[in-house]
Design a protein. Structure first.
Length: 287
């Protein structure tokens, strides 16, 4: 058998391993194009994307995720606007497909007279306690809340803040942390609105997916994770006490093979659901 044949057989065997084929098919982003935002601020609708890794995105980038749409921009790390493509976030080198781009595309399709500006602010691994003023997150050497707020203020120089989408809770799905999740999320919503001077700003949160409802126990077997269910209860019921709030279901989503992160298809699905919920909130009369 020739060396070339051995290489080909080895490559095909590797590609058939779980998850490896998907990674091999991932594509690199196109050259990112910096553009000027719309001249009229009211025609540039801004959305802050916050939370942890499933908002930042860990799905493997595929060709459709790099197709440019001049009606969807993102604020890059340098504070410039560019045509959006995945990965939208840059919290960690593993950033990939999250819900942000699909959300932006759906919002742009619903109103072709505006341009959507995505403000990436999610930080993988960050618990809700990292989303308070001054909190330092050692994993990424960042201040998640302060950094997101600063980026939102930079973006507001060019456009109009129209909403926030949030996906977080994996880090807080332990028994003790999940018990305090509801009041902390309510406080976060109030704090962001106050600091951004937008008391009725729509806020949409996402549920944790079903594949996180079990975790590996000390003996290596899968065990129920009631903390994840408690986080989801908090997310689903917060609208009873917090106005201009909605949540989206994670039903029907699948993981990328690690039982933690949405695959690219599911991240896009969540983005579409975020857009639908955001549009419903924006149609409601203020109260």
């Amino acid at each position: 058998m020739s060396n070339q044949t051995i290489f080909l057989v080895s490559f095909l065997a590797l590609a058939l391993l779980p998850g490896v084929g998907a990674r091999a098919q991932a594509v690199q982003p196109r050259l990112r194009q910096v553009v000027a935002p719309p001249a009229r601020r009211e025609k540039f609708q801004l959305y802050l994307l916050v939370g942890q890794s499933n908002m930042a995105g860990r799905g493997y980038v595929e060709a459709p995720d790099t197709v440019p749409n001049r009606h969807v921009l993102r604020l890059n790390p340098a504070g410039q606007w560019e045509v959006a493509q995945d990965p939208i976030h840059f919290d960690k080198p593993v950033a990939g497909v999250g819900p942000g781009l699909a959300f932006g595309r759906a919002m742009a399709a619903a109103d072709t007279s505006v341009v959507i500006g995505l403000i990436p602010g999610a930080v993988g691994g960050s618990g809700i306690d990292a989303w308070v003023p001054g909190a330092y997150f050692a994993d990424t050497k960042t201040h998640p809340y302060d950094d997101a707020l600063a980026r939102a203020r930079v973006a507001q120089q060019a456009g109009t803040l129209a909403g926030i989408i949030w996906h977080q809770g994996e880090t807080d799905s332990s028994p003790d942390k999940s018990a305090a999740y509801a009041p902390k999320l309510a406080a976060l919503v109030a704090r962001l609105r106050a600091d951004l001077h937008a008391p009725t700003l729509p806020f949409v949160a996402g549920e944790l997916p079903a594949f996180q409802f079990t975790k590996t126990g000390p003996d290596g077997t899968a065990q129920p994770n009631p903390g994840a269910a408690r986080v989801n209860t908090a997310v689903a019921t917060l609208g009873k006490t917090v106005a201009h709030y909605a949540y989206v279901s994670a039903a029907g989503t699948t993981d990328r093979g690690d039982h933690l992160h949405f695959d690219a298809r599911s991240a896009r699905l969540m983005g579409q659901r975020y857009a639908q919920a955001m549009q419903r909130l924006q149609r409601r009369p203020s109260r």
